[in-house]
Ligand binder design. Structure first.
Ligand SMILES: [Zn+2]
Length: 204
């Protein structure tokens, strides 16, 4: 029984089951409920670890832009770019990533332009839960060194036809459509360690 998936109150389920003479496995129901709650807790714990200071509108918008930025870096600069850290406040987002060189002005401009293009395309931000193995198989971005539960939450940023721009392991929250973001701008790009670069960016 997938009680939480259908969002059907247990009392009503029991009543209906009684009418139809069906036995409802209450023990199984409570077990599934508990699993679901634990998963939700893990997901939100993961989110705070992911660098979100709080849940207000500004940080949620910047966090969504962070997904677009990582995907844009991989498309413009190198598919090997991996996230190594993230920190988001109300004012700006910050991403640390593995990269062997200082970004050129041209690369920064192309990354900015691509993020802004995706904002203007009004892409949907969609959450899907799936087994960890499946998420790894489809190549969803995960943070290096992070521990993930068996069932993970993956955020897809895609157009109406399902054409995908970004897929990332994440607990959220995000805006539901990139049209909610304003103009994206990179403020700073610098080295933080050997082979690790840092970008600070804002939504103007
Ligand atoms: Zn996210």
């Amino acid at each position: 029984m997938k009680a939480t998936t259908y969002g059907f109150p247990i009392e009503l389920t029991l009543e209906l089951a009684d009418e139809k003479n069906i036995k409802v496995d209450l023990e199984d129901f409570h077990k599934k409920m508990k699993e679901h709650q634990e998963l939700s807790r893990t997901a939100s714990a993961g989110m705070f670890k992911g660098g979100l200071a709080n849940h207000n509108e500004k940080t949620v918008r910047l966090h969504t832009a962070h997904h677009l930025l990582l995907a844009a870096l991989q498309k413009v600069v190198s598919p090997d770019i991996k996230q190594r850290g993230s920190n988001i406040t109300e004012e700006r987002l910050r991403i640390d990533f593995v990269c062997d060189h200082k970004l050129t002005d041209e690369e920064k401009k192309k990354v900015e332009d691509l993020v802004n293009e995706k904002i203007k395309e009004h892409l949907n931000v969609v959450r899907r839960e799936m087994p960890l193995a499946e998420a790894e198989k489809i190549g969803a971005q995960m943070e290096f060194g992070a521990k993930y539960p068996e069932i993970v939450s993956v955020y897809f940023i895609e157009d109406e036809k399902g054409s995908l721009f970004s897929k990332e392991f994440c607990g959220g929250p995000h805006v539901s459509n990139t049209s909610e973001l304003s103009h994206f701008k990179i403020q700073k790009e610098e080295a933080v360690a050997q082979g690790i670069r840092r970008i600070k960016a804002v939504l103007e």
